[in-house]
Design a protein around this ligand. Structure first.
Ligand code: PRX
Length: 645
């Protein structure tokens, strides 16, 4: 549903903004007319050991090679820490807020620098060096940020793993990345619940193919956890003994900074590789431009650090720009609704960046909750992760931003490293539900499903015609898959997997995934991953997973499974358990339907479109069923869905 109203940039906001409309036009022109110069100028926003003399030497053709600032050298952690020591060493870099109101820790840039150096020395002491992979599996505690920057400091490649992954999910990623050291915690906390991080990691590390030599265990809750002699080491005493100075390793611009796994439409999760120079420039550029960063800002991005949003907008972007970052280890409504608003008022947050799934949950708490808080420190709001509906956008704008704060709806992906489409808030009027315009230097295009370019207004597949500095370079250990996934839809274009509509003002409205990836509460889940793990239970012959609309989660997962013996009890539970075990609790299906067969074309392809409609009870317009190998299956599927409902 399109909301027609346009929200102009408030004049008071534009007057103070770093980038107003004329400046944005200038930047857009410069980026398109003199791209090399534009990007070399942007490279100047970060510190280099050796300044690069070339911008892009990238091609989307042939074997696909993406390279930026290739002759530059730098260190990412020095860019987030050392460069600030003289000018803002005593400024607060990180405000950690624990679940309870009294649990607060503030670290200045100087203190954060020391903490990072200590962690870096611990890693070095274990023989970790340039190019080694280190897995980080921590809750939202200061050490999570510290561990990432410590890896960057010594040239190790961090692989941050979500606390909600199952042991199998962790093991897959440990094996694929070849991680040699893991940094985990005894337990995580979620409200009153405890998350057994170390126990899950023990199970993962014991599996075939894992090359982990050491597991460093941070005491978070203080729970006693079994320690493997020789392999496991308590982290706290090591940090206490480590020296608080650690010279930063000078890295090439194209040396990997991190690998981060994300789901695609086929196969196992892919380790997206981001390198140092281009990523840091992109993190800094987009954080400043989209969040109108200025001195004194208190920036709160609610994303977990194990997602790309946490990498770019909790850690690298805001710290490179010398912001004050809020790191919150709690839940939006624990111990009571309004907890997030309390955090905003307590820490005088100026810029608040969250996801539509959270906004929908907060709306449910009722307006009287949000109305109880002042929220007068806020000046800018942001949304990311899934399409935001007009009603959620308007509520966010009106109730949280009190009609005063622009809302930036930011479109991007793990693969893009940082934001590609968003309204620059001092320059671009917003329309609820539209990500608006590509940032200067970002060449978005819409293509038909045959790969033809759509001009002007229209709807199609969202692609990008030219490389940008923050783009992922490859898939870890599988460049062929990288090329195949992103560059073969229409040769010469990066294929995002999302659909979008472009209106008469050139604004982009993201319509969601057009491939077999679903988005559950902002978590990307590949339907193929779900199907593979269900198939590991040999009681099932085959299955198909589809996404259906869900009020709170955006999308929910539904599984249709064909069992060998349909009369066997407990099959639906077994399929759900296979998902929890194989992927993680966050991917658990809303419903499992046990069906005699799946709808397939004569060539054997599962017709997911039909399953989606049946799961949504949209029985009108099921389309032409005559192409199915067995059209009679449709009625039996409908009957099963009706029976379970
Ligand atoms: O479908 C798009 C959706 O999230 C996908 C990327 O997921 P991930 O790599 O996990 O990164 C999430 C955070 C950047 C996209 O392909 N998406 C992200 N932002 C938006 C969005 N859909 C609509 N509007 C957005 N603003």
């Amino acid at each position: 549903m399109i909301h027609a109203e346009t929200f102009p940039v408030p004049p008071s906001f534009a007057a103070q903004a770093a980038v107003d409309a004329p400046r944005l036009r200038q930047m857009t022109d410069a980026a398109s007319q003199h791209p090399d110069q534009f990007w070399l100028d942007q490279a100047g926003r970060i510190d280099w050991a050796v300044r690069p003399t070339t911008a892009s030497s990238s091609t989307f053709g042939g074997d696909v090679a993406i390279r930026w600032f290739a002759d530059g050298t730098l260190n990412a952690s020095a860019n987030c820490l050392d460069r600030h020591l003289v000018t803002r060493g005593d400024q607060v870099a990180l405000i950690w807020q624990g679940q309870d109101q009294g649990q607060v820790e503030r670290l200045t840039y100087r203190a954060l620098h020391q903490r990072v150096c200590r962690m870096a020395n611990v890693l070095r002491g274990l023989g970790v060096g340039r190019g080694d992979r280190v897995a980080i599996h921590l809750p939202m505690v200061i050490e999570g940020v510290v561990a990432m920057l410590a890896c960057a400091r010594i040239g190790a490649v961090h692989v941050v793993l979500f606390g909600g992954f199952s042991a199998e999910g962790l093991a897959d990623r440990l094996v694929n990345s070849g991680a040699v050291v893991v940094i985990t915690a005894d337990e995580g906390r979620r409200g009153a619940k405890r998350i057994p991080l170390k126990a899950t990691m023990d199970d993962a590390v014991a599996r075939d193919g894992v090359q982990v030599r050491h597991v460093l265990v941070l005491a978070v809750t203080g729970a006693a956890v079994p320690m493997h002699a020789g392999r496991d080491l308590p982290l706290n005493p090591l940090l206490a003994q480590a020296a608080e100075d650690c010279p930063a390793e000078i890295m090439g611009a194209e040396d990997p900074l991190f690998v981060l796994y994300t789901s695609g439409s086929t196969g196992k999760p892919k380790g997206m590789v981001h390198t140092t120079g281009g990523y840091m420039v992109w993190a800094s550029y987009t954080h400043e431009l989209v969040f109108d960063h200025r001195a004194g800002d208190v920036f709160w991005c609610t994303a977990d650090i194990s997602w790309i949003t946490g990498h770019t907008y909790v850690v690298y972007g805001p710290l490179a720009n010398g912001s004050t970052v809020v790191l919150f280890e709690g839940l939006p409504s624990h111990p009571a609704p309004g907890r997030w608003w309390e955090v905003i008022d307590t820490h005088k947050v100026t810029t608040f960046y969250t996801a539509p799934t959270a906004i929908r949950a907060l709306m449910r708490d009722g307006d009287d909750v949000v109305d109880r808080y002042a929220l007068d420190s806020l000046r800018l709001l942001g949304s990311v992760g899934e399409p935001i509906s007009a009603d959620a956008w308007l509520w966010f704008h009106e109730k949280v931003g009190r009609g005063r704060c622009p809302v930036v709806d930011t479109w991007w992906q793990t693969e893009t490293g940082g934001i590609l489409i968003a309204p620059v808030p001092g320059a671009v009027p917003q329309k609820p539900g539209a990500a608006t315009l590509p940032l200067p230097g970002v060449a978005c295009v819409l293509l038909t499903d045959k790969g033809a370019v759509i001009e002007g207004e229209g709807e199609g597949c969202l692609c990008v015609a030219r490389s940008w500095p923050g783009q992922a370079r490859t898939i870890w250990a599988d460049h062929a898959r990288f090329r195949q996934t992103y560059f073969t839809f229409s040769p010469g274009y990066y294929f995002s997997g999302d659909g979008a509509r472009r209106d008469a003002d050139g604004y982009y409205w993201i319509t969601g995934r057009i491939d077999d990836v679903i988005n559950v509460s902002g978590h990307r889940i590949g339907t193929a991953e779900i199907e593979d793990v269900v198939a590991t239970d040999h009681r099932f012959v085959e299955c198909a997973a589809v996404g259906i609309p869900h009020d709170l989660k955006g999308q929910g997962l539904v599984v249709f499974a064909v069992a060998r013996d349909m009369a066997e009890p407990g099959l639906a539970e077994a399929a759900a358990l296979a998902v929890t075990r194989g992927v993680g609790r966050y991917a658990v299906p809303e419903r499992v339907y046990l069906v005699p067969d799946l709808p397939k074309t004569r060539s054997g392809k599962i017709v997911r479109r039909l399953l989606r409609k049946i799961a949504c009870h949209e029985l009108d317009g099921l389309g032409d069923l005559s192409t199915l190998a067995d059209p009679t299956i449709v009625d039996r599927l409908i009957a099963e869905v009706a029976r379970v409902a």
